[in-house]
Write a protein that binds this ligand. Structure first.
Ligand SMILES: Nc1ncnc2c1ncn2[C@@H]1O[C@H](COP(=O)(O)OP(=O)(O)OP(=O)(O)O)[C@@H](O)[C@H]1O
Ligand SMILES: [Mg+2]
Length: 356
């Protein structure tokens, strides 16, 4: 639904060049909620602004719903009719809402329709319908100043939906909101995604946001996408930093001659039976050192760090058993002196198995 390829953005500021995007290839599938996460300055806002051509990329292409926006933009300095039309099919939600304080809530929602030249009666009908959709039917005649932050953002979302977009872009839509309001706005985005089949590309610097609503995620660093995939794919990628942060597991061996492994569940396999079967089948005591599990679409997904008695070499058969159940098993090597690993917990060094 959204594809960027080789997207590059270089800003010129005071004679200095800043590369905000450095060859970004991103693919957002139709109907998914895709989260882009990264530290401040990573290029997230630049990316989203290039996706709807608010910012013209220095090079590379942006295709939204089959339309190459960069080709449209190339026709002139100002956005031509075709680009404007394509852009009206992309909704945008901002961190600071960007509502006009002198207009009523309803008039704010109608604004993009006015620009599109939609007749008054139709505008009004559509705005009220959208306000109802975001749960603000009773606030139509209020002014933004009379609303809470969460309500303002609902107006922002209603306005973004006015042009019946297929794609919604959101730049830190919840960063100015408290945790509870954040949850309700994320839930709204999720509902809209499901009800309207809306594809959502959202930018955030909060892992919780990704965890709550995203089907897929990408990690940005210094203008590049360093990891990207569905949550399941990320989880299945050994060493994925996003997966490690989405499903953090900690815990160390309780003594020498123990085997510690991370077991990743991202398919049909159910957790409890597998672990108890393992214990029963081989008559071994298994300790669960840490776990981060979630149920996504009725399937258990996540990671569990378990400890088996004996050295790794002695556990080839039980580890093989887990793999036969369709689980991904990675050995966690403990330092020889028994102290905590030198590597921070968020980036566990998982020894990749040699395929012997
Ligand atoms: N208009 C601009 N002119 C010059 N440099 C810019 C401009 N906009 C962004 N930059 C620079 O580009 C880089 C990426 O900025 P961007 O706003 O995309 O980051 P971000 O990931 O959205 O950060 P944050 O999480 O703080 O919003 C930064 O180094 C920033 O200073
Ligand atoms: Mg930003």
């Amino acid at each position: 639904m959204i594809t960027t390829s080789g997207l590059t953005k270089v800003y010129e500021s005071r004679g200095r060049q800043v590369t905000a995007l450095d060859g970004v290839d991103l693919h957002v599938r139709e109907g998914e909620v895709f989260g882009v996460i990264g530290q401040s300055g990573a290029g997230k806002s630049s990316l989203i602004r290039c996706v709807n051509l608010l910012e013209r990329p220095t090079s590379g292409t942006v295709t939204v719903d089959g339309v190459d926006l960069t080709a449209l933009a190339g026709r002139g300095r100002r956005a031509g009719k075709d680009l404007r039309r394509a852009r009206s099919r992309i909704g945008m939600v901002f961190q600071h809402f960007n509502l006009l304080s002198s207009r009523t809530v309803q008039d704010n929602v109608e604004l993009p329709l006015e620009i599109l030249g939609v007749p008054s009666a139709e505008r009004s009908r559509r705005a009220l319908e959208l306000l109802d959709l975001v749960g603000l039917a009773d606030k139509a005649r209020n002014h933004p100043g009379q609303l809470s932050g969460g309500q303002k953002q609902r107006v922002g979302i209603a306005r973004a939906l006015a042009g019946e977009p297929k794609v919604l872009l959101s730049d830190e839509a919840t960063s100015a909101l408290d945790p509870e309001t954040t949850r309700s706005i994320l839930q709204l985005l999720r509902d809209l995604n499901r009800q309207l089949g809306l594809t959502v590309l959202l930018i955030t610097h909060e892992m919780d946001v990704v965890k709550t609503v995203c089907d897929s995620a990408a990690l940005m660093e210094k203008g590049r996408v360093v990891e990207s995939g569905t949550v399941g794919e990320l989880l299945a990628t050994p060493g994925s930093r996003l997966a490690a942060e989405l499903f953090p597991v900690g815990g160390h061996a309780t003594g020498p001659d123990r085997t510690v492994v991370d077991v990743t569940f991202h398919g049909e396999a159910a957790t409890q039976p597998v672990i108890s079967q393992l214990a029963r089948t081989y008559n071994i005591d298994i300790s669960i050192l840490g776990a981060a599990m979630d149920t996504v679409g009725g399937k258990q997904i996540g990671r569990m760090r378990i400890e088996l008695p004996g050295r790794y070499e002695e556990n080839v058969v039980p580890v093989g058993f887990l793999r036969e159940q369709g689980l991904q098993v990675e050995r966690v090597e403990e330092p020889r002196d028994g102290t905590a690993p030198a590597v921070p917990a968020q980036q566990p060094v998982l020894a990749k198995e040699s395929a012997k």
